[in-house]
Design a binder for this molecule. Sequence first.
Ligand SMILES: NC(=O)C1=CN([C@@H]2O[C@H](COP(=O)(O)OP(=O)(O)OC[C@H]3O[C@@H](n4cnc5c(N)ncnc54)[C@H](OP(=O)(O)O)[C@@H]3O)[C@@H](O)[C@H]2O)C=CC1
Ligand SMILES: CC(=O)N[C@@H](CCC(=O)OP(=O)(O)O)C(=O)O
Length: 335
Amino acid sequence: MRGLWFKIIRLLRNHPHFQITLMTADRKAGQSIESVFPHLVTQDLPNLVAVKDADFSAVDAVFCCLPHGTTQEIIKSLPTNLKIVDLSADFRLQDIAEYEEWYGQPHKATALQKEAVYGLTEISRREIQSARLVANPGCYPTSVQLPLIPLIKSNLIEVRNIIIDSKSGVSGAGRGAKEANLYTEIAEGIHSYGITRHRHVPEIEQGLSEAANSKVTVSFTPHLMPMSRGMQSTIYVEMAPGVTTQDLKDHLGNYYEHEEFVVLLKNKEVPHTRHVRGSNYCLMNVFPDRIPGRAIIISVIDNLVKGASGQALQNLNLMMGIPENLGLDCLPLFP
Ligand SMILES: NC(=O)C1=CN([C@@H]2O[C@H](COP(=O)(O)OP(=O)(O)OC[C@H]3O[C@@H](n4cnc5c(N)ncnc54)[C@H](OP(=O)(O)O)[C@@H]3O)[C@@H](O)[C@H]2O)C=CC1
Ligand SMILES: CC(=O)N[C@@H](CCC(=O)OP(=O)(O)O)C(=O)O
């Protein structure tokens, strides 16, 4: 288990309006939370129960942190008055055929899929406010789409030849015991994976294509880094004729001027993953390439916060009509 829900518990601990009344599990149903996550021993939280035994009568909203595929059927069975933020990928892709192709399984809740709103908060805030079911974006797609969508919408970059090099901390791969994630396999080296076939490709292309009003394809290569959390996307783009890197910077600066969690760095400051660790911030900046007409965009997030539980809470705040930043007011952990 990646235990995304314990990151949500950490954020909810500081939330003035939400209270945790129910927590579900599968194999660990019946256990106390501290037997699963000993660091939560100080918290007064309910024991874990199986979904089939769960009583939702005192529940207004749910964070669904289940494996892909499992989520569809479980959400279908929940009371329809619940607001739901789903952290799996089950409702992210609007095109069911594309979901089935990339996830290798039939979609079992196609009607719910039509209702779901893709929850990239700063881009789709209005739709999220009135949604009942929000599909929380993947971590890589969050780090990539936040800088690219505003630039594509304003035709400042060409949509051909977008090259994305992303790097993630190991927590993105989950808490489950896997040989590939052993310390000796990960430490003191990096490697690429999912080359040309990572399941976040269709999610990134979906968001960029919608911004461009035409089909956009990208080259995307993720890398695993020997760090527990953090994500950087380095994105190489071709600018539209006559556009400069300063134009890209000005546009992103204006677009995110009033956003609390998305920040364009000044001058030539380089975004570092260590500067967003444990926080809901996305830091970005734009640099001129040596090749005329090209620019390099760097964005960083904490994959577990803005890339998962933080954005999920930001979305639920919006859905409940309360200030978007409640519970998210945590500074990065540094050093
Ligand atoms: N950007 C984002 O929003 C991110 C989303 N994710 C996604 O979030 C989801 C949760 O991730 P992670 O914590 O690693 O997931 P896990 O695969 O470890 O499962 C998490 C929880 O689901 C429960 N569970 C598993 N199967 C069932 C079932 N059949 N019925 C009921 N409960 C079940 C588990 O219970 P038990 O342990 O008791 O068996 C556990 O509590 C995944 O879909 C993941 O891909 C992950 C990272 C980032
Ligand atoms: C480092 C690592 O393995 N990262 C995960 C991506 C994070 C994630 O879980 O994304 P979803 O929300 O789409 O599941 C991976 O590449 O599969």
